[in-house]
Design a protein around this ligand. Sequence first.
Ligand SMILES: Nc1ncnc2c1ncn2[C@@H]1O[C@H](COP(=O)(O)OP(=O)(O)OP(=O)(O)O)[C@@H](O)[C@H]1O
Ligand SMILES: [Mg+2]
Length: 392
Amino acid sequence: MITFDNVSKVFDGEHIAVDELSGTVEEGQLVVLIGPSGCGKTTTLQMVNRLVEPTSGTIYVNERDHSTFDPVKLRRTMGYVIQEIGLFPHMTVGQNITIVPDLEGWDSELKSERAHDLIDMVGMDPDIYLDRYPRELSGGQQQRIGVLRALAVDPDILLMDEPFGALDPLTRDQLQDELTDLQDRVKKTILFVTHDMDEALKMGDAIMMMQQGKLLQFATPDEMLQDPNNEFIAEFIGAERMILSPLEVPVKDVMRGSVPEVEENATLDACLRAMQDAESDYASVVDGRGKLVGMLNADRLQKLVDDRGRNLAVGEAPLNHTSIQQRDNLMEAVHRLVEEDCDVIAVVDRGKRPVGTFSRASLPQILADKIWPRDAAATHNDNEQSEVEDSQ
Ligand SMILES: Nc1ncnc2c1ncn2[C@@H]1O[C@H](COP(=O)(O)OP(=O)(O)OP(=O)(O)O)[C@@H](O)[C@H]1O
Ligand SMILES: [Mg+2]
């Protein structure tokens, strides 16, 4: 958690770069800091890891006044990723990733294991890439390594200053997706600087909008789209984004939470109990690595138990294999439901791990919420129960 309490930075006794900033980045949140060039984003970020000292005000890191930390130690507990990557050209990719573990005195076996695990997480083959030099990688690959390096000692906090700013739009989009997936798994507290509104809306749990050192609005992407604080923000967002069609929203914004997960070699009986414990009508069946194999509903499960006995492995059961990526939009999710003629589909991340479910029964409420946000929000809770009942 990072808290800014009335923080200002004045350079050279007169130039106000950051002006009485207050706000909290909650644990596990990705907060985007956005605003035009020179508005104080980098200065704000660098005050957190004390590359720049505030002129007044206090920053708390995990509720401790951060001026009481040793700056060097503080910096090592925070990952820092910048646009220009800053990989060392004479070091291999593996050595670059483990710079901080090296400073911390890890032994070589542990370092190489860490480098392996990290590079594997972004789908790059350790055997091919760990011994390469940065110049032998594409820009996108180098930037991935920059992110992994920041994660090497598993810091709670990640500071990212336009980390994807120098990449072409396609690669940038891909790295944004990868970071989102990574964040779903590692749940870091991230302060992320950009001046690209699309990136902010896509990545942010919340957005801090700055102008000339001042914080103008601190809100969720939805709130900011629906209710920008002033003209400047509305203009920055752009009219076309403010009327995002409800069918274009990503499934992850409208899905329901996960259903219980059961490993494929568990018995039908164990599956039944997991569903009863969670009071869920569905279970996700996953393999040993947590990837979705398929979904099973209570009726079908009961029938299987009757026909084939309680000890059958769930992996052997006929499952509903339909799933959709959390970033796919509502339109695609609806298509999938219709195509596959099912009531519920699993929502997965890029690693195919289940993150939620999307059901036919929830559709009317989702559309109502998107089209009439305020009124619908008031009645949403009342409707939730009957909707759950409908889907049974
Ligand atoms: N070391 C410094 N000395 C004097 N002024 C500085 C210093 N660093 C930054 N500034 C000034 O503080 C203001 C904020 O700079 P900052 O780098 O935080 O902006 P930014 O929002 O990150 O901009 P950009 O989007 O261009 O990266 C600018 O007007 C800048 O000129
Ligand atoms: Mg900057």
